[in-house]
Ligand binder design. Structure first.
Ligand code: OGA
Ligand code: FE
Length: 327
């Protein structure tokens, strides 16, 4: 399979460091995973039984399965929560869900030409997905990933998403509320990660907005007037290729692009809940403060019966009272 090179990486005006790379049996690995530090893991064999999952193989074995395909008029696939779209909101997403069978998706991918709307399949793997695929799925290296789940005291596995992306597609910067082991099967994906401490530089949308958890900043064209602290954002990048697994810690922001090493990428993520809190230690970690902020926003929205009033009440509390360093 073709390789990628630096010229394929989109250029952004962001300071970037590197994500560390460790072998699966490196004794230092567990301390990264248990301390919410991102790391690229080599040699885990997590998805070796899926390395033959290309579009032809999947078409053969899941042709009539209905899949969740997103269609976008540009290269950005910014996720939104349909449940948060309200009649009073003027919300015009640039991508939209277009459910279709795997066969229809495969045909569209094969016939795709420049100028057509872009496609990105994001389908949860479940047991209705065809017995060949289920057979490969049960042969994943569950022993390895479950041992990590135990060591780090993560909660249950909630889902595995199968992601099939055209080259050049982008998942804009956002955070998730789960631990993620992200495995690439085919092609290369470039990730830029930011720790939860950079919340202020990345300006996520309000909790009640359909774009909850997504950064408001368009990395291709940042509005520094609206988002001045984006200038201080400082990320960590890594290119993840076949057989590699990237650990994306809970609440870490991530931006993902599919590179041109192949006309499409195939990847599978493993989302785990966090474990129960045993003992709260102070000072709190940044990601724990993010849950507090989310809860305050949610609580105010509920108490006021109107998410639109949250901003003004927060300003009333803060401006002139908590805005000076002398307080
Ligand atoms: C994720 C994620 C996006 C992508 O797995 O949490 O954001 O394009 N993936 O792979
Ligand atoms: Fe994500």
């Amino acid at each position: 399979m073709a390789e990628w090179n630096n010229s394929q990486l989109r250029k952004y005006n962001i300071k970037l460091g590197k994500i560390p790379v460790l072998q699966h049996d490196d004794p230092k690995l567990d301390s990264y995973l248990c301390n919410n530090k991102p790391v690229l893991i080599k040699g885990s064999q997590l998805i070796s039984s899926a390395l033959n999952w290309d579009i032809d193989y999947l078409q053969k074995h899941m042709s009539s399965i209905c899949c969740n395909v997103m269609i976008s008029s540009n290269h950005r696939f910014k996720y939104y929560d349909q449940k948060k779209i309200t009649p009073t909101l003027t919300f015009k997403p640039l991508s939209r869900p277009s459910p279709m069978t795997f066969s229809e998706f495969a045909d569209k991918m094969k016939k795709w030409k420049k100028g057509d709307p872009r496609l990105y399949m994001q389908q949860a793997l479940n047991n209705s997905i065809g017995h060949h695929i289920v057979r490969d799925f049960v042969m994943f290296n569950w022993d390895w990933v479950i041992s990590k789940q135990k060591i780090c005291k993560w909660g249950p596995l909630t889902s595995n998403l199968l992601l099939i992306s055209q080259e050049g597609n982008i998942t804009p910067c956002h955070y998730d509320e789960q631990q993620n082991m992200f495995a690439v099967v085919r092609g290369h994906k470039r990730f830029i990660l930011f720790p939860p401490s950079q919340f202020e530089c990345l300006y996520p949308h309000p909790v009640h907005h359909p774009y909850d958890r997504q950064s408001q900043v368009d990395f291709d064209n940042p509005d520094y007037i609206k988002f001045p602290k984006f200038k201080d954002a400082c990320g960590y990048e890594v290119v993840v290729g076949p057989k590699d697994v990237l650990y994306i810690p809970i609440y870490w922001f991530h931006h993902v692009e599919s590179l041109m090493s192949s006309s499409y990428t195939v990847s599978i993520n493993f989302w785990f809940k966090t474990g129960p809190i045993e003992k709260i230690e102070y000072p709190l970690q940044d990601y724990q403060k993010m849950t507090i902020m989310r809860n305050v926003e949610k609580m105010l929205g509920e108490a006021l019966h109107d998410p639109n009033e949250v901003g003004s009440i927060l300003r009333t509390i803060v401006v002139g009272r908590y805005t000076s360093d002398e307080n």
